[in-house]
Write a protein that binds this ligand. Sequence first.
Ligand code: GLV
Ligand code: MN
Ligand code: MN
Length: 425
Amino acid sequence: MTLIPTASPRANINQRRLMRDLNAIGRIGIGDHGAVTRLVFSIKELRSRQLLIHLMRQAGLKIHIDAIGNIFGRLDGREPKAPAVLSGSHLDTVIHGGKYDGPVGVIGALEAVRTINENKIPISSSLEVVCFIGEESSRFGFSTLGSSLVAGEVHPKDLTNAVDPQGTKLEHVLASLGITRRNLTSLKRAPKGLKAYLELHIEQGPILEAKKKRIGLVTSIAAPSRFKVVFSGRADHSGTTPMEMRRDALVASAQLIEYVEKVCRKFSSMEKGRVVGTVGAMKIEPGVINAVPGKTELSIDIRSTTARSKDRVARMVKRRAQEIASARAIGVEILPIREEDPVPLDKRLLRVTQEICDQKGIEYEIMPSGAGHDAMQMAKITPAGMIFIPSMRGISHNPLEWTDPEDIGLGSQLLMETMIRVANE
Ligand code: GLV
Ligand code: MN
Ligand code: MN
């Protein structure tokens, strides 16, 4: 497809307004040491979405909210029936996270679209600012919930083991919103109504800062294999049970956790397909100082941009869990959560962003994403692209997460210019 020359957008986004709104969202759910917690379907997350709706209304966008709570704010183009260009991210956070993972992409897109609107920049396709619900997996172990529903990518088997620490099943929450196993594709947006999806996000890693680049253009997104391992030993008295007679589930878990680290380190070079593995959560029963742990449940996340390596490591970890259990004469159960494949992003969108950077003299890095994003689901129904901006010291999922406001402004400006070009192609 050739690019039709467009009125070169001379408009500049309003960085002060962008930071004002980003900071307003960042105060919702803030606690000690600036840690932000807005778990999916919590009251804090709801309040952040209410504020977004207010800001979208002020900006004159037409608002649509679907059954799960994804929010779409639309600015009609000259051809309102033409496929739309979407841009956004998420407002939910991990537990004790920062204020930029997610909101930068939502408010950055809002700022882009309101600047286009105020400056009456002509656009052919309509533009939509999107806030996807539940991108983070911190509550149910299930990531990119809203965008997966929009892409028609939630499958009945994915719901079986999605339970929060209080025992609430994701499936029941969805059912309360009218989404059941039988109509999991009811929120799917028709690909023919979509022209592209673009997402601005903080890098959440150290590469851009190390290379002194202010922009990252993303080629592909690593995907996770996620599963739980449940070891069932026997709870016994910690004072009376001789060491050789114990069936300690937690010691078995410790062996497996160490193995995850060891095997992933073996896959640390890019040639082999870099794999990272994390045991990020564990339940221990009975979990008291004076009892041998009888049961543990480990939540395991293995990721790579190379499906083959990721799947191989996941298989090795599962096999090791069986070996550990049989050597210790305890039970083991593997509960699948979700298997996903790495997602390549659209080359043409990357080229458009690259051209804009070249014209403006912005130095950029072309790179894969180690973190998951809503773009990985949207890529299944429309061409998708991502723009990264640097994260201080690569820190994310942590209250210390920080990005220079100048970089946030630059990212939003680049996003705006990309949206204009794509909408007018
Ligand atoms: C999302 O932040 C993820 O877990 O990659
Ligand atoms: Mn995140
Ligand atoms: Mn994110």
